[in-house]
Design a protein around this ligand. Structure first.
Ligand code: ADP
Ligand code: MG
Length: 308
């Protein structure tokens, strides 16, 4: 698969008075074409600074990046990308349709192309009926959705969305997520999506990365990152003698209504538990790998960082 975004040693140091803040610290990362890529990290992790460097809005202190094979300083890149900032500001005397029209004309789209594009985009973001209303009447969620439509006016190959769901209520968040899912189904676009909310990216992203204090701490396929090494075994019909042996191996194994639940990360131990259950003519009801949530992973990643 072709690489959409290639980042190498990207670094940004801000001078604040006499001191320096390293907002992004030697970040290296590849994002594939067509991928929905989650860029996660708590506030202050360096997400917005990274996005601004990739967009050419601020200059890196060190390192480099290419977008679709071209250096981020190359003006040609600008045609292929688009951006929805963290807190977008639009002229609110315009209607939704006028806003899209305005941005479309900035990109030099013909009236005919623009009309069709505007209709498609209003439909995509669920604002087909609200296109004639002025933005002043839009809710926060509607504003964010028209913002996404605006960012799609030039039919970019790569879309940067900086915390598109932050500050939205649950329903509005689902709506934004649905738009990203629709873009994914349509295919052809690479989406670079930053968030400090894990659930948001878990549901829509192919791969995610986790940033903390300017550094990349993890990157991978959502499934790979989420599969933990713990196995849960549930058994039934195990006599007390068998349960006692199991408890010597896993002291915190639980039994309730004659049903055993035990969790362990060591395959060897899990194997022994299975043998004990069988030897005592008990039944194995299930054997399940424990799926961590991204939340767990986040917490664990930061614990590892603090220890390091
Ligand atoms: N223009 C700036 N001047 C000084 N420090 C900045 C500037 N922009 C960001 N920072 C600092 O860089 C760090 C990363 O910020 P940012 O990229 O906005 O993080 P995120 O988007 O992940 O919340 C923070 O410590 C922030 O205070
Ligand atoms: Mg930010």
């Amino acid at each position: 698969m072709a690489v959409a975004i290639h980042i190498e040693g990207l670094t940004k140091v801000f001078e604040v008075g006499k001191s320096q803040v390293t907002a992004v610290d030697h970040l290296s990362l590849d994002v594939d074409e067509g991928e929905i890529f989650g860029f996660l990290g708590p506030n202050g992790a360096g997400k917005t600074t990274t996005i601004k460097m990739l967009l050419g809005l601020i200059f890196p202190t060190a390192g480099s990046a290419t977008i679709l094979g071209k250096d981020i300083g190359d003006i040609q890149v600008k045609r292929e990308i688009s951006y929805l900032p963290e807190s977008p500001y639009f002229y609110d005397h315009l209607t939704g349709r006028e806003l899209l029209d305005f941005y479309g004309r900035l990109f030099g789209l013909s009236a005919q192309v623009l009309k069709q594009r505007t209709d498609e985009l209003l439909e995509l973001v669920g604002l087909a009926d609200a296109g004639g209303k002025s933005l002043r009447q839009y809710s926060k969620g509607m504003m964010q959705r028209i913002g996404i439509a605006q960012a799609l006016v030039n039919d970019p190959k790569i879309l940067f969305l900086d915390e598109p769901t932050s500050g939205l209520d649950a329903i509005a968040r689902i709506e934004v997520r649905r738009i990203i899912q629709r873009l994914k189904e349509q295919g052809g676009k690479t989406v670079f999506l930053s968030s400090h909310q894990l659930l948001e990216v878990e549901l829509v992203c192919d791969r995610v990365s986790i940033m903390n204090r300017g550094k990349l701490v993890r990157v991978g396929n959502v499934e790979q990152l989420l599969v933990g090494s713990d196995m849960e075994i549930i058994g039934e019909g195990i006599p007390e003698e068998g349960l006692a042996r199991i408890r010597t191996l896993i002291p915190d194994a639980r039994t309730q209504n004659g049903r055993l639940t035990a969790v362990h990360s060591d395959e060897e131990i899990i194997g022994q538990i299975i043998d004990i259950i069988r030897a005592h003519k008990g039944h194995i009801i299930s054997l399940t790998p424990q799926r961590r949530t991204l939340e767990d992973l986040f917490v664990q990643t930061f614990k590892e960082e603090v220890r390091a």
